[in-house]
Design a protein around this ligand. Structure first.
Ligand code: SIN
Length: 567
């Protein structure tokens, strides 16, 4: 056990709310999960409030290249998709959650098409399906070649614009959620949020709701380099953690194997080179030009993502190189420009031509497989709080998300949440509640510490971890936390930085405790998977006094229900 207790404040330092609003449901986030949930709820409840940190299209969905996985081909089956998902998840998936994903997924994708999303089609008009790592079939639908997320985002935002004048839905952009409001019985009853106001509200306010749905995306900015956009600072996950929700599987961070390597000092969002390139025949080579994936896995270059990332790290460690190479030259100019227009353009802007040369690639943070623990209906352990998309842990990803399952998860579980919230409101189970008096202890970390925090996380709890590295990271983060009750000016940058700190502490704690290597969690001091000891989920939860406790839940057991989770 690392020395010292990790404690979190109940909330971020912020001015008292200067305005209030209310809705039946407050949906936070505007990626595929948030937009789907808000659109479906709007047809069913009286009033939905959708808030998003910057503009509707700024989240990770917009950046998704590869596509959306679903058993759409007549010869494919949900069961085969289930098997591939379970294998990728290395023993930690929740089978019922995966079954919901793969059986409901195809219909949800067809509904997306009916809504206006235009997927790439073959000459016969059928959706073209391709392959990515860990899939034994061509099952990835894509749009604009390699701009699938952008097309889905466009279609959902267009659908929202068609109803935005409807009094049943309000959209507030430039609204960062600060914290969750809880009632005397512990149930979530709204959020505090800061609006960079151009409209009727400005500054910090409170939005009350019978239910709050977090769809706030990932935490990629916790590391020095990531494929995630700048908004991915884990705001919803951190707010849920501070409010006492169970946050599970945080140690399973997916490092995408092929991110364009731009040099040692490159920080922030880095260019993703989609796995779909390998799906179309590109392959990895080392400095000598040798292919190194053959012989390591039956699927070779298309092995599950964690396997490929680990192999690349092995090769880099062996040669001392900062990256390996991706060879797509043999696919030819015409094919590459037509099938991967965004990637080819971006590479060329940065001085690399995939048609003519090898691309330098290295793993970088890509996806948080864990998050706010939910049951099959998206309910968290705190009554009134739901989570979907990357900020959630529904159990479908286990220790390593299967390629292109994330957009599908956002669709399927957002849909389930909308149905559950609707039914519970109709049954009178989600009353509007008053927030409890006494908002609790607050802290905020100066944004000037962000890079130090990211470096500590990358060194200590990055692609390869050890007892020593996680201890060092925990010490560094504790030092930063000790500075947090300072007089730093509250505001979006400091709140984001503090969210990264709180999630960093929780993530490193469980990365320290899990003494094995599995999926996205690689320990140099425990290089083997250990099914005897570690077929279990680690859950972090903030206790009343602030201390972070870690509990274990065996694989196959149900997530705690709201009434039983308050240990
Ligand atoms: C990719 O296109 O390689 C990423 C797809 C995903 O993250 O599922």
């Amino acid at each position: 056990m690392p020395s010292g207790t990790v404690s979190l404040p109940r909330r971020l330092t912020a001015p008292a709310p200067g305005w209030t609003t209310s809705a039946d449901v407050v949906v936070v986030g505007s990626g595929i999960a948030g937009l789907t949930c808000a659109l479906r709820l709007r047809e069913r409840v009286d009033r939905v409030l959708l808030v998003t940190k910057t503009v509707l299209s700024a989240g990770s969905t917009e950046w998704a290249q590869g596509g959306i996985a679903a058993a759409l081909h007549p010869e494919d089956t949900p069961d085969e998709h289930l098997q591939d998902t379970l294998v990728a998840g290395v023993g930690l998936c929740d089978v019922d959650a995966v079954r919901a994903l793969v059986t409901e997924g195809p219909d949800r994708v067809r509904e997306l098409v009916a809504l206006g999303a235009e997927f790439d089609r073959d000459a016969g008009g059928e959706i073209t399906l391709t392959r990515e790592g860990g899939h034994h079939r061509d099952r990835i639908a894509h749009a604009g070649g390699d701009a699938t997320g952008a097309e889905i985002s466009r279609a959902l935002i267009a659908a929202l614009h068609r109803v935005v004048d409807d009094p049943g839905i309000e959209v507030v952009e430039h609204a960062i959620v600060v914290d969750l409001l809880t009632a005397a019985d512990g149930a979530v009853c709204g959020v505090t949020l800061h609006v960079i106001g151009e409209g009727q509200v400005d500054g910090v306010g409170a939005a009350y709701g019978r239910a709050v749905v977090l769809a706030t995306g990932g935490l990629g900015q916790i590391y020095t380099s990531t494929t995630n956009p700048p908004v991915a600072t884990g705001d919803g996950m951190a707010a849920a953690l501070r409010a006492g929700a169970r946050v599970t599987d945080l140690e399973f961070v997916q490092f995408h194997p092929t991110v364009l390597y731009l040099g040692e000092g490159s920080t922030g969002q880095q260019p993703l080179i989609s796995e779909a390139l390998r799906g179309e025949g590109a392959h990895l080579v080392d400095d000598t030009g040798a292919r190194f994936m053959s012989g390591r896995h039956e699927l070779g270059d298309l092995a599950p993502r964690d396997v490929v990332a680990r192999a690349i790290l092995d090769v880099m460690r062996g040669s001392g190189a900062e990256h390996v190479w991706l060879d797509a030259r043999h696919l030819g100019r015409a094919f590459l420009e037509a099938r991967f227009p965004s990637i080819v353009t971006r590479c060329r802007e940065l001085g690399f031509d995939p048609v003519a040369e090898l691309l330098p690639v290295a793993p970088a943070q890509h996806y948080a497989s864990g998050g706010v623990e939910t049951d099959l209906m998206g309910r968290s352990s705190v009554d009134g709080l739901y989570a979907c998309g990357e900020c959630s842990c529904t159990g479908v990803h286990g220790a390593n998300r299967l390629a292109s399952n994330s957009l599908l998860e956002g669709l399927v579980f957002a849909h389930r949440i909308a149905d559950d919230v609707t039914a519970r409101i109709a049954a009178g189970e989600l009353p509007l509640r008053e927030p409890a008096p006494g908002p609790g202890e607050a802290a905020v970390l100066d944004a000037a510490h962000r890079l130090e925090l990211q470096r500590a996380m990358t060194r200590g709890a990055g692609p390869v971890r050890s007892a020593q590295s996680t201890n060092e990271a925990l010490e560094c983060l504790a030092g930063l936390a000790a500075r947090a009750p300072s007089r730093a000016e509250p505001g979006p940058r400091t709140w984001e930085t503090t969210n990264l700190l709180h999630l960093g502490q929780a993530l490193t704690l469980v990365a320290h405790l899990r003494e094995e290597t599995r999926g996205g969690h690689v320990r140099s001091d425990y290089p083997e998977r250990d099914d005897t000891r570690w077929l279990t989920h680690l859950t972090v939860r903030r206790a009343e006094g602030g201390a972070l406790g870690v509990t274990e839940r065996p694989v196959g057991s149900s997530p705690a229900s709201p009434t039983t989770c308050r240990e």
